[in-house]
Design a protein around this ligand. Structure first.
Ligand code: ZN
Length: 57
């Protein structure tokens, strides 16, 4: 678990973008999904499990 910095900027909102598809995401998503939107994160999870269980199907 990484340590999370709780810092509330006043008035200035930081913008975060998915590192895979480039769409704008919320800071919560950015932190929760490793800089990706949940859809790309979900894709990666699927790819990883496909690599692990690739021979089963
Ligand atoms: Zn994305």
């Amino acid at each position: 678990m990484k340590k999370t910095k709780k810092k509330k900027g006043k008035g200035k909102k930081r913008r975060f973008y998915c590192s895979v598809c480039g769409r704008e995401i919320s800071e919560e998503e950015y932190e929760a999904y490793d800089g990706m939107c949940w859809e790309c994160w979900d894709d990666q999870m699927t790819e990883e499990s496909e690599m692990m269980f690739g021979d089963v199907m």
